[in-house]
Each structure stands twice: as C-alpha cells, then as structure tokens.
Design a protein. Sequence first.
Length: 194
Amino acid sequence: MIETDEQLMVRLSQGDKKAFEHLFLKYKDKLYSYIYRFCGDAAVSEEIFQEAFLRVYRYAPQYEPIAKFSTFLYRITTNLCLNELKRHRLMPMYFLGSLRERKEGQGGMIEDDIKSMDRSPDQHVFSQELQEHLRTALDQLPAAMKATLLLSEVEGKKYDEIARILNCSVGTVKSRVNRSRSKLLEYLDSHDIL
C-alpha cells in the first residue's frame, strides 16, 4: 500500500528516517526548480533547498496533517525565498510564455507554452530579448506578487493551496495573480514588445 505524504510525515515525526528519504526523493527536483526560478542563483538556490528540507525534518514533530504536505513544504520554501530576496535583492529567474495569448484570454500555463515552443534561431533571439524585458518587468513586482505568480503559473498550484502557502485569502491570491499579469502586460505593451 502506498503511503500519502501526510502519513510519511507522521512516521517522520515518530523518528522514521526512511519516511524523510521518501519525501525528499519525491519533491527534490520540483522544489529545487521552483527555488531556482524564484531567485536565479544556483548557490543560493542550493542553500534554500537544503534549509527547506532541514526545516521539514526539524519541524516534523509539530506537523499537523490538516493540510497537504506539499502546502507545508512550499510555505516553508516560499518564506525562505522571500527572505532571501528581501535580504539580497536577487533578480528572480522567470519563465517566458505566450503573453499575447494570455492577453487575449487564451492559453494555458506559461510554462507549458515554453516547453511547447519549437524555435528557429530568429525566434530564439527574440525569445531571449523578450525574456530580458519580462525579467525587468517582474523585478518591479513586489515579492509577494512574484511568489503568487510563480506558484500559480509555474508550479500549477490551485488558488486555495497558494492561499494556505502564503497565509492569505483566496481573494488576495486571485487579486495578486490578476494584478501581476496586468502589470506584466502593461509593461510589455508600453515597450512595444507584444
């Protein structure tokens, strides 16, 4: 029988190190990717990654299986990323997608657009230029809006889970996502990029 993440955390809280290993192996790649997209520095990302799992291990005895384990993990990680961003003003690494389609109300998640793009050399150069403009626009967003947008667009989290991760209301999450998208599109439009 396959155990849930929450059951593994209960085992971990009772001192079962194998449970920690299972959780680590399940989340390591996706979590590191999220951290790297957030802060854009490999060394800093590795430190945050290690600290996030250290805190999972350390706080396992206090873990309450009320919410999903992934919510608990991403809340720890997002707080570490936000603290690092505030402390060092890191330039976040972000994603590039078909913003024109988003502007017109079409398209899926931005990261899905990236993965499906088959670029010629000209498209690749344009994509790099657009990505630089996008990074500039994203750097102007407050950290909480950046975190919300990453959790929504890149990690594919539902609004209610993002609200639990960021300790805010679903309405706040919706508002931040919409304002973030609007600000990005406004910036790109004002620079004749889209």
